[in-house]
Design a protein around this ligand. Sequence first.
Ligand SMILES: O=C(O)CCC(=O)C(=O)O
Length: 266
Amino acid sequence: MRASLIQIAVDEGESAEARRRRAASLVRQQAGAADLVVLPELWTTGAFAYEAFAAEAEPLEGPTYELMAKAASDAGVWLHAGSIPERDPEGPLYNTSLVFSPSGDLAAAYRKIHRFGFDQGEAVLMGAGRELVTVRLPGTTLGVATCYDLRFPELFRGLVAHGAETLIVAAGWPERRRAHWTLLARARAVENQAFVLACGTAGTHAGVAQAGHSVVVDPWGEVLAEAGSGEQVLTVEFDPARVAATRDQFPALKDRVLGLEPPTGA
Ligand SMILES: O=C(O)CCC(=O)C(=O)O
């Protein structure tokens, strides 16, 4: 399987609409080069451009959906189109990732579960998703996560319990915590014996320099490919069968002990 991670630059000098068209063109350029294409988190606005969330929010089947569905079918690829600020007509905004099949049909939508910002930003401006999302592809099952989710290993264990073998993390991770990004991507791969495809953004928006350094990690925790800090398409070939082989040869996942007793005593 070949995957292309599109580490698009999000800068204020470019409008959301211009970036949308540029992203669609980058997806189309992956025709024949990749089976699976991944875009990052909130790339129309930038993950830290809080004031733009409401202004640029769109219904699930809005302009990004339309362009990305078409780009997926034009390129004949599975497309994780990153996330959009989704306006739910009956609820709050959500940070929602869209996954399209090669025929351009929506295969899954994932509303980010762990919102970033503590008592500000996304954490107060957006609602929290409650549902794990996996997507069955020929040869592997994707588990879908977004940015800050990377810090919560139980979410990934949940995805693995539902069959995930290739964990996709769409992010807008800041440069100042880049060391955590790489470390956590490798940790999630090792502990779940899964591929991790982590796609971030480049550029600077809302005064926050983005880490870039999108990374693909194998089930043994080895980095197969890593981007630099600028805009880049990172293409990598990987063998999804290595997940089952790694889990067979080193069956640590089978040794999980669940439902432990709480501590007793004072
Ligand atoms: O956890 C972090 O350090 C970054 C998370 C983040 O930027 C996000 O979820 O948007």
